[in-house]
Design a binder for this molecule. Structure first.
Ligand code: NAP
Length: 335
């Protein structure tokens, strides 16, 4: 009999997750009711936001409950269906959780086509990651040709796409990343105009040097000191898109407000947060545009696939320790 391996939240981590945070269970396969489908999950998306979903604090989604399957975006195949909209054999994307099978009523799920793009791409550039970059940059950042766009977490899944879209829009693009190798990839393969290594460069000096006309748009994936540096270099009517603050996700007690926030007043600037879920109705339009840019060779994607639900913890930690390239994905299906 097929079993379903499920990763459940065992306790809320005070800081960095560890072996006690989740338990791996082997349970019976779920059965489906009328108007439901059974999805065999192939790939799970690893996202920094998952760290926030584990905290019992007010947020844009309720926290994952203790004893519940860890929330995650997934792609997989419909293996049983009692639902008019989903046929057996189709591939779907949705919030399926860190497990091998899920029974669902299909709400919030949509079909994806593996003949158009490999399945992992529907978790990356054609999924939430790409949507975040697209709407965060274009709707919140509103870059114009000739302007300077500064991106932190630039070698990460979202940041790499943000920088490439900003280039397509005719901007000067400067990325901030955590190693020489990543910086070289940004300026080489991905076409950024300059890259700054936040672990070795003097940030204030480097941003001034590589953004000689100042920063018109700062896309913030990181928070902390880098946000302060961006504020210090913001131009008149500059925009800051607050996408995330990965530097503090495992250490919320250390968060301090930006010291240089008065730059917003002096420059009549705008700093605005956003949640990608608010753009759900426009995802299709964005995915079509992203696919066109990819086909035209203007947008490159990279993902790293780790194997085995048993390896969830070390894989998850790669989001925070820099040991990964591009979009991080865990293959949970056992063929
Ligand atoms: P990702 O692929 O893990 O990329 C994050 C990048 O941040 C990594 O490349 C990492 O590489 C860098 N980083 C990690 N810790 C850092 C630190 N302490 N200081 C500076 N850089 C650090 O994650 P992602 O999917 O691109 O997500 C990026 C951000 O977007 C996250 O903050 C996430 O929460 C946010 N997000 C927001 C939304 C939304 O709706 N607002 C949706 C999706 C994601 P290096 O340190 O090696 O450079």
């Amino acid at each position: 009999m097929t079993i379903n391996k499920q990763l459940k939240l065992a306790e809320r981590p005070g800081g960095t997750p560890n072996e006690s945070t989740w338990t791996l269970e082997q349970n019976d396969m779920p059965s489906i009711e009328d108007d439901e489908i059974l999805v065999k999950i192939h790939y799970v998306s690893l996202d920094p936001a998952m760290r926030g979903w584990m905290d019992d604090t007010k947020s844009y989604l309720p926290p994952v409950g203790i004893g519940d399957v860890m929330r995650a975006l997934v792609v997989g195949e419909v293996t049983e269906s009692k639902h008019d909209n989903f046929a057996v054999g189709t591939y779907v994307q949705g919030v399926g959780g860190v497990q091998q099978y899920v029974a669902t009523d299909g709400k919030g799920w949509h079909e994806v086509d593996p003949s158009l793009a490999p399945l992992p791409m529907y978790l990356g550039v054609l999924g939430m990651t790409g949507m975040t970059a697209y709407f965060g940059l274009l709707d919140i950042g509103q870059p114009k040709a000739g302007e300077t766009v500064l991106v932190s977490g630039a070698a990460g899944a979202v940041g790499a796409v943000v920088g490439q879209i900003a280039k397509i829009k005719g901007c000067r693009v400067v990325g901030i990343a955590g190693s020489e190798e990543k910086c070289q990839r940004l300026t080489g393969e991905l076409g950024f105009d300059a890259a700054i290594n936040y672990k070795t460069d003097n940030l204030y000096k480097a941003v001034r040097e590589h953004c000689p006309k100042g920063v018109d748009v700062y896309f913030d994936n990181v928070g902390g000191e880098i946000l302060d540096v961006a504020l210090a270099n913001l131009n008149f009517k500059g925009r800051i898109a607050i996408c995330g603050a990965i530097a503090s996700y495992n250490d919320r007690a250390s968060i301090q407000g930006p010291k240089n926030y008065l730059s917003l007043l002096i420059n009549r600037g705008r700093m605005e947060g956003f949640i990608v879920l608010d753009y759900a109705k426009k995802y299709q339009e964005a995915a079509t545009q992203m696919a066109q840019w990819m086909m035209a060779g203007q947008l490159k994607e990279e993902h790293q696939i780790e194997e085995g639900i048993e390896n969830f913890l070390p894989t998850f930690m790669k989001l925070f320790n820099g040991e990964k390239k591009g979009k991080l994905i865990l293959k949970v299906a056992e063929d």
